[in-house]
Design a protein around this ligand. Structure first.
Ligand code: SF4
Ligand code: SF4
Length: 173
């Protein structure tokens, strides 16, 4: 019995003078891993158009059935995205989301990205339904979470490149 007690105390004393690995959150914060997947955001380009074209590939790829989309047609009078259609309704149910990143992987328009935000707590269930207004970020704001968004040739799939020249709304097909 005494040998077990001595072993236990030895372990305790071994750790007493070591530097603590814990931090006093939220005053102190550990750096996030570069590829950390926090809550998603949708990108609005500098020409004012949304990248999302409402194709629903992200919703199909989502293993948690967390994404709900209703698409609508762009018109010359009312253009929202670069494509033929746009997401009239785009919602992510954060209580279902498992932050796997499949939605980002599936998106052919580089419209949705996993961000770095992780403080999503709320007392109300409704707060966990993130609609388009909460998800949309202007490109420059989005790049604060994913800096590669501003680097040509990186962070953009399907061979796309970021073009910093602002284009007039409706000038792209
Ligand atoms: S991160 Fe995964 S679970 Fe969450 S919305 Fe995207 S695909 Fe669905
Ligand atoms: S986020 Fe991407 S994959 Fe999802 S509907 Fe929009 S364009 Fe399609």
């Amino acid at each position: 019995m005494f040998s077990e007690l001595a072993k236990g105390l030895a372990t305790t004393f071994k750790h007493i003078f070591r530097k603590p690995v814990t931090v006093s959150y939220p005053e102190q914060r550990l750096p996030l891993a570069p590829r950390y997947r926090g809550r998603q955001f949708l990108v609005k380009d500098e020409d004012g158009l949304e990248r999302c074209v409402g194709c629903e590939l992200c919703a199909v790829a989502c293993p948690a059935d967390a994404i709900y989309i209703e698409a609508a047609e762009n018109t010359d009078e009312h253009r929202v995205s670069h494509g033929e259609r746009y997401a009239k309704v785009y919602k992510i149910h954060m209580l279902r989301c498992i932050f796997c990143g499949f939605c980002e992987e599936a998106c052919p328009e580089d419209a949705i990205f996993m961000g770095k935000e992780f403080e999503l707590a709320s007392y109300r269930r409704d707060d966990f339904i993130y609609d388009k207004q909460r998800l949309l970020l202007p490109l420059r704001e989005a790049a604060k979470q994913r800096p590669e968004l501003l680097q040509p040739g990186t962070g953009l799939g399907m061979g796309q490149h970021y073009e910093p020249v602002a284009q007039a709304a409706g000038s792209r097909p």
